[in-house]
Write a protein that binds this ligand. Structure first.
Ligand code: BDR
Ligand code: CA
Length: 315
């Protein structure tokens, strides 16, 4: 089987953690490295969480620290309610043995993309700050990538931070604008599809207790389920597997159906900053630039997710 070389760009976070495990337990993806970005925590937290999760996976990959704040503003924490004070649900303090590489995220991405010209798929499940910084500094790079698969945006459904903006775009709209205008082939895995693939109490309770990530995933996902279902006792809670779905689509594009649209990023609107504006008019005047995921093979993804991470039920 031919492997797909990928770089994961993440703000590890609870669903990012599940996405890392999904990627590092793949037989098809060859993860060259993971770059980190602020987002679900500050950059120290997201980098430490990434290192800690990698140590619980079946293969070690290097981790490269990236941006600590958006391109054009300072960073304010907004994700604590969903990802906890440390980004992974809170109470367990993680002490990874490894440290991040001395090379930074942008330099690592650039070198890898040149070394594997036209082959790499970049999977972004965070603010697009690292990728925008890379594209701004090295304008030859977008044309040397095979594709960027982005968990971000909301095409035909509401946002999750504001009425119209999704967190990864809202958290650095200027960066998203750079990436969406770069000409690189982009698959946008937005809330349209990620809200359709839930993890649940039922699935969580079936995790194989022998896996090395059992404790951290139990604790973190329990927090995530509470956050998405305030006031509901454990039992029937569900929460979206945003980031694992983006990794899964990078590995197997047939998991979703896409349609090509002109998509732009709103930078100025008082109510709409960070919106992914999709021009779905029949006679749109701009050329389609983004493959927007519009539907997903929910059951096939959930089955693969459960089997790969060793949940023992599919529900
Ligand atoms: C996205 O925002 C982050 O909090 C999640 O990890 C995911 O990447 C969902 O909007
Ligand atoms: Ca994320």
């Amino acid at each position: 089987m031919e492997s797909i070389p990928v770089i994961l760009d993440m703000d590890t976070g609870i669903d990012d953690a599940l996405a890392i495990l999904y990627a590092l337990r793949s037989e098809k993806l060859h993860v060259l490295g993971i770059t980190t970005c602020f987002g679900n925590g500050d950059i120290e937290n997201t980098t430490r969480n990434t290192l800690a999760i990698v140590e619980l996976a079946p293969q070690m990959v290097p981790v490269y620290q990236g941006a600590s704040h958006p391109l054009a503003s300072s960073w304010q924490s907004t994700a604590e309610a969903f990802h906890g004070p440390n980004g992974l649900g809170g109470s367990e303090i993680l002490h990874p043995v490894q440290t991040a590489q001395s090379v930074g995220a942008v330099d690592f991405m650039r070198k890898s993309i040149i070394d594997h010209a036209h082959d790499i798929v970049l999977v972004a499940t965070a603010r697009l700050t690292n990728i925008a910084s890379l594209f701004l500094a090295h304008q030859e790079v977008p044309s040397m990538l095979k594709r960027v698969v982005i968990m971000g945006g909301a095409a035909f459904v509401p946002g999750n931070v504001t009425a119209v903006a999704e967190a990864n775009i809202w958290g650095d709209p200027e960066a998203a604008w750079v990436v969406f205008h770069s000409g690189v082939p982009i698959t946008m895995v937005g809330l349209d599809v990620t809200m359709q693939v839930p993890i649940s109490d039922c699935l969580l309770s079936s995790l194989n207790p022998e896996v090395p990530y059992y404790n951290i995933i139990q604790e973190a996902v329990d927090f995530y389920l509470s956050a998405y279902n305030p006031g509901s006792p454990p039992g029937k809670r569900t929460a979206p597997l945003h980031d694992p779905l983006a990794v899964a689509i990078a590995e197997d594009a047939q998991l979703c159906r896409t349609r090509s649209y002109p998509v732009d990023i709103e930078l100025h609107g008082q109510l709409t900053r960070g919106m992914t504006v999709v021009d779905y008019r029949e006679r749109a005047t701009t050329i389609p630039n983004i493959d927007v995921a519009v539907s997903v093979e929910r059951n096939r993804f959930l089955r693969e997710f459960a089997q790969r991470l060793q949940f023992q039920r599919i529900c």
